[in-house]
Design a protein around this ligand. Structure first.
Ligand code: HEM
Length: 556
């Protein structure tokens, strides 16, 4: 009887229409989150501010927790989790700049308003929050491991992040890896310069390039993923498979398609994820131990030669991320391994996918490809490595990278924040604790933000030529492929460097085109942008034009 009453109350609660409220009564009412006190109302609240209960969104059964989410997807609609971005965009078409929909138990607010995005980031506070990666969190708890960046919020997140920020945000740390990145990129070029590769083989090569590149950063040594004859080739194939498994499981869990792992560690899906994570950990431990032994050896040598017991890193070691984490941060080894896990997993698929999409955009825009290649050849000639000085001058190439991520946004929607305070978004009062997903993939293609938004126009990012292609002032909040603020992508500098060096090295040697029968990207998201059909690139030798000299632009 008690159960029936509870169920009845629950149904009434969910099915009854929200009370129609006057604008002023609204201000003390919230839907689905903490109560709002008038004295705590955010700045800008007025009689016109509406409560979240009046925010448009799906109605009827589609409003219900869990069921509402299921009904958004196939077979009840034409959309699948991989085309979530298209679903959200169609809902914006129907409901406007802001709407709410069920994502699991709770509501999610979606906004494509650039001003809302700015408001969210300006008010996110010291501990910005996203939804946590539950699968990874549970794995870590079950194995007694400390949290990773994606599995914690608040002070525990800040402890990890603030140990890493000074190490990763120093330009010299990035540049420390430039020689190694050149070597990785050279191997990438030789592997792609082979007509024998199928589209699957090419896609695999992008993945290996990204994993090797971030591996070099994490362990300060080559892993051998691009070397088919390496002694450890089998080990590396297994490691790569483990990366792919963890990424796939993370995506599947993120969209809620698997839930049994929450209850039992005997679930086959969970076991698959756990054994992949354990393999990555075993390999990471192996590399970390090697660095620790080397540091100890250096430390003994230092003591012997100077007679002092103070351990100091050589200038080279100062920029070595792993050595710095071990010797300079106060992090225990388990926390360092947790950071490495996050970097390896977050930094592989993301870079691989976006690099392939950039190559595609350069292939179908040959005049821009030629201009980028001319810039590279002008700075490096046909053989030289990318130097810090050359990198600083590759403005057109950098614009191509920005433009590619604007035109084909890396994520299906954009960054998410769980609001840390009551916030007014597009005239609605959204209470603290609600999730807001920013529809950056949509604002990136909005003609009120960009002229000719569906065209690949790298010039819009160059100060010198932007006036010719754009009448609009570029708004930094209109496209944020790496998120923003204190919780923005920590690997951004590395990702960009890998993409610049990988692309420069390819353009130096090869011309990129796409098989004429390729139907086009029609992207899906898993969770990063993925072409529906693997791209079939055709790489041919590039013959550098004689005496080309480029006028170089400056990035906006
Ligand atoms: C093109 C490549 C990449 C893209 C588009 C990308 C994008 C993103 C985005 C949108 C976020 C969320 C930001 C926010 O909430 O404001 C993020 C977070 C993160 N990214 Fe990246 N990322 C890329 C490459 C990398 C690389 C190479 C690494 C390796 C270091 C990395 C490590 C991380 C980590 C650890 C986080 C979580 C940060 C935190 O919660 O504090 N990413 N990335």
């Amino acid at each position: 009887m008690h159960k029936q009453n509870t169920l009845w109350r629950w149904l009434q609660n969910i099915c009854l229409k929200p009370r129609q409220l006057t604008a002023s009564a609204v201000l003390s009412t919230s839907e689905n989150a903490a109560r709002v006190n008038e004295k705590d109302l955010p700045l800008g609240t007025s009689n016109k501010t509406l409560p979240m209960s009046q925010m448009p969104g799906p109605k009827g059964l589609r409003k219900l927790p869990y069921l509402g989410t299921v009904l958004m997807f196939k077979p009840f609609s034409e959309y699948s989790p991989e085309t979530f971005g298209k679903l959200v965009s169609s809902m914006h078409d129907k409901y406007g700049h802001i709407f709410k929909s069920r994502l699991g138990k709770d509501y999610s607010v979606h906004t494509d308003s650039v001003r809302d995005v700015e408001t969210i980031f300006r008010t996110e506070g010291a501990y910005p929050q996203r939804r946590l990666m539950l699968l990874s969190k549970i794995y870590r708890e079950r194995n007694g491991l400390p949290p990773a960046l994606g599995t914690v919020s608040g002070p525990a997140w800040q402890e990890l992040r603030s140990a890493l920020n000074p190490l990763l945000n120093k330009p010299q740390v990035c540049l420390h890896y430039l020689p190694a990145q050149n070597m990785v990129a050279d191997d990438f070029v030789s592997r792609l310069d082979s007509s024998a590769l199928t589209p699957e083989g090419q896609s695999d090569m992008f993945f290996k390039f990204a994993a090797e590149s971030i591996g070099v950063v994490c362990f300060n040594q080559r892993l051998g993923l691009l070397d088919p004859d390496a002694d450890n080739a089998q080990e590396m194939i297994e490691l790569l498979e483990a990366f792919k498994t963890t990424l796939h499981c993370t995506f599947v869990a993120m969209i809620g398609l698997e839930r049994r792992y929450l209850r039992t560690d005997n679930d086959p899906f969970y076991r698959k994820y756990e054994s992949a994570m354990k393999l990555i950990r075993k390999r990471s431990m192996h590399y970390v131990e090697k660095v620790m032994v080397e540091l100890q050896r250096q430390s003994h040598q230092g003591e012997e030669s100077s007679g002092s017991s103070t351990h100091r890193l050589s200038p080279d070691r100062e920029s070595n991320l792993l050595a710095s984490m071990i010797t300079k941060s106060n992090l225990e080894i388990e926390k360092i391994l947790a950071i490495i896990d996050s970097m390896l997993i977050a930094g592989t698929d993301s870079t691989a996918r976006n690099l392939a999409i950039l190559f595609y955009n350069l292939a179908i825009n040959p005049e821009h490809q030629q201009r980028a290649a001319d810039e590279v050849l002008d700075l490096l000639g046909p053989d030289k490595p990318v130097t810090p000085e050359a990198l600083a001058k590759m403005n057109f190439l950098k614009s191509c990278v920005k433009e590619s991520m604007r035109l084909n946004f890396p994520l299906s929607n954009g960054t998410e924040r769980i609001l840390n305070k009551d916030t007014i978004l597009s005239g609605y009062l959204v209470p603290k604790g609600n999730s807001v997903i920013m529809s950056s993939s949509r604002s990136s293609l909005d003609s009120s933000n960009y002229d000719n938004p569906c065209q690949f126009q790298p010039d819009r990012w160059l100060r010198e030529s932007s006036d010719e292609v754009s009448t609009k002032r570029l708004d930094r909040f209109a496209t944020l492929p790496f998120g923003h603020g204190a919780r923005g992508c920590i690997g951004r500098r590395f990702a960009e460097m890998e993409i610049y060096v990988g692309t420069a090295k390819i353009l130096q040697k090869l011309h990129i085109s796409v098989d004429p029968s390729y139907p086009g990207l029609d992207p899906i998201y898993t969770p990063f942008i993925t072409p529906r059909l693997m791209i079939h690139f055709i790489f041919t030798k590039r013959h550098p034009p004689v005496g080309v000299s480029m006028s170089r632009g400056t990035n906006t």
